[in-house]
Design a protein around this ligand. Structure first.
Ligand code: FAD
Ligand code: NAI
Length: 466
């Protein structure tokens, strides 16, 4: 029987990063994955393929709507080769998952393909083509999550689908009904709207992305409405029924009136749930909480002391970079270090265009906590760089402590916000004040100048360009 210092179950961004860090620290490491390809949800059916389609559809939209403004004209008809778009996405996924194979090899990590399940706290059965039992001093569970649904919905995965199917359509939907105005619904909704589909987003809450700062929700909805996406807020879906090639969706609006929708596809994007099926956690004494997550303490240690859990399968944001940080933390903790994650500083991004990005507290949270804060906001349209590219939608908003000027939250929507947020994370890690950012030189012309201007506005209401 093969013996390991650490076995990692699940090869998503949590698991494969944990395995690499364990190997870097000299631990003999195995990575167990039930699918043939490594990389988990993120690389196979999540972050990477969705961003790939967002990029392709963005190019199409630019060619269709904005090239002529730039003086670029073409003869003949602009056409979508949808099969090529999906094939390119598949190629990007393949290249990326193969990259993980390479990294496993490079770090001398044993990759064992098969379903991992506990026999006891130190033995794991790997059931696959070559089934075997391995012994592991420590185990890190990184089994991720699966799409959640509503109790009355039957996901047939043909017409009533999850994000996984929406990433590999054979045709562009005519009318895509999206249940849930969260991250998946908005990103994939935007992809298919750009490609010509009618897109209707049905959201239960009174705003889209209800956990983000309300200002961002409003601006994103405004922009997406301009792009032609239809929004139905405060609509609780009560029935989803497929009849032949048509999906009928019934919802109740806030006045209690029944509203009916008809589309050729219905994307169910109402969140994700932790995945622990087949793990046989009880054999190892690992407890699962009432939300279906593996219960962990501050060190991400489960109720069995040599077993840890990270990523989507435990509490907290279901984000790839959160899973990665946790993987590193557990590896370093196992080596006797004292690593730490500040969960308040895990950024949140929506990769629509304009992009939406945030870190730290929202205005709603600060109000609820009774924290006195000041706000500095700067509109993208006031930036030379934004006008040059015609990406004038959005703003950067900085929330800073009213007394100390420490930055408490940064919320932005605009071109390249996904990358701009890194400056805010760095500043907040070092507990910078708004004035610190305001006094730093930002190259001109860049979108990053909006961060400086918002900091200036927060400091003494002395933004230069508004
Ligand atoms: P996962 O990536 O889910 O990996 C878990 C792995 O464990 C899987 O490979 C699974 O097969 C394997 N496994 C499960 N059980 C067993 C078992 N018993 N034995 C062996 N193997 C097992 N996050 C971002 O930060 N940015 C984004 O842009 C982004 N976009 C997304 C887009 C979509 C459409 C979706 C669905 C998600 C997106 N996410 C994004 C979320 C991100 O994918 C997850 O947060 C991330 O993948 C979680 O990583 P993980 O390692 O915890 O689990
Ligand atoms: P989500 O939690 O982002 O959004 C779900 C939405 O559905 C919420 O707005 C919620 O109010 C709504 N909803 C719930 N029940 C409903 C009902 N009965 N009727 C109508 N609306 C209802 O979940 P989503 O979009 O499925 O994504 C899952 C997770 O995947 C995200 O939470 C995120 O962690 C991750 N993800 C991250 C991405 C990124 O970082 N860019 C991209 C895609 C996914």
């Amino acid at each position: 029987m093969k013996k390991y210092d650490v076995a990692v179950i699940g090869s998503g961004p949590g698991g494969y990063v944990a395995a690499i860090r364990c190997a870097q620290l000299g631990m003999k490491t195995a990575l167990v994955e039930k699918y043939n390809t490594l990389g988990g949800t993120c690389l196979n059916v999540g972050c990477i393929p969705s961003k790939s389609l967002l990029d392709s559809s963005h190019h199409y939209e630019s060619a269709q709507k904005h090239f002529s403004d730039h003086g670029i004209e073409f003869q003949g008809e602009l056409k979508i080769n949808f099969k090529q778009m999906i094939d390119r996405k598949a190629a990007v996924v393949e290249q990326t998952t193969k990259g993980v194979d390479y990294l496993m090899n490079k770090n001398k990590i044993d990759v064992l393909h098969g379903l991992g399940s506990f026999k006891d706290a130190t033995h794991i059965l790997v059931e696959g083509e070559h089934s075997q039992t391995i012994e592991a001093k420590n185990t890190i569970i990184a089994t991720g999550s699966k799409p959640a649904t509503l109790p009355f919905i039957e996901l047939d995965k043909e017409r009533v689908i999850t994000s996984t199917e929406a990433l590999k359509f054979k045709e562009i939907p005519k009318h895509l009904i999206v249940i849930g105005g969260g991250v998946i619904g908005l990103e994939l909704g935007q992809v298919y709207r750009r490609l010509g589909a009618e897109v209707s987003v049905l959201e239960y809450a009174d705003r889209i992305t209800p956990v983000m700062d309300a200002g961002l929700s409003r601006e994103l909805m405004k922009v997406m409405k301009k792009q032609g996406v239809k929004f139905y807020l405060s609509h609780g879906v009560t029935k989803v029924e497929r009849k032949a090639e048509v999906v009928h969706v019934t919802a109740t609006d806030k006045k209690g009136v029944e509203v009916n929708f008809k589309g050729d596809y219905c994307l169910v994007s109402v969140g994700r749930k932790p995945y622990t099926e087949g793990l046989n956690t009880q054999a190892a004494g690992v407890q699962i909480n009432e939300r279906g997550q593996i219960a962990v303490n501050n060190h991400l240690q489960t109720t069995t002391s040599n077993i840890y859990a990270i990523g989507d399968v435990v509490q907290g944001a279901m984000l790839a970079h959160k899973a990665e940080e946790e993987g590193v933390v557990v590896a370093e903790f196992l080596e006797g270090q004292k690593p730490h994650i500040d969960y308040n500083l895990i950024p949140n991004v929506i990769y629509t265009w304009p992009e939406v990005a945030a870190v730290g507290k929202t205005e709603e949270e600060l109000k609820k906590q009774g924290v006195a804060y000041k706000t500095g906001q700067f509109p993208m349209r006031a930036l030379g760089r934004a006008r040059a590219s015609m990406d004038i939608d959005g703003f950067v908003k900085i929330l800073a402590d009213a007394k100390t000027d420490e930055i408490l939250g940064v919320h932005m929507i605009g071109a390249r916000a996904a990358d701009l947020i890194a400056e805010a994370v760095t500043a907040m890690e070092f507990r910078a004040s708004a004035e610190d950012i305001a006094r730093m030189s930002h190259s001109h012309p860049t979108y990053a100048e909006a961060v400086k201007e918002a900091a200036l506005a927060a400091t003494e209401d002395r933004s230069i360009h508004t």
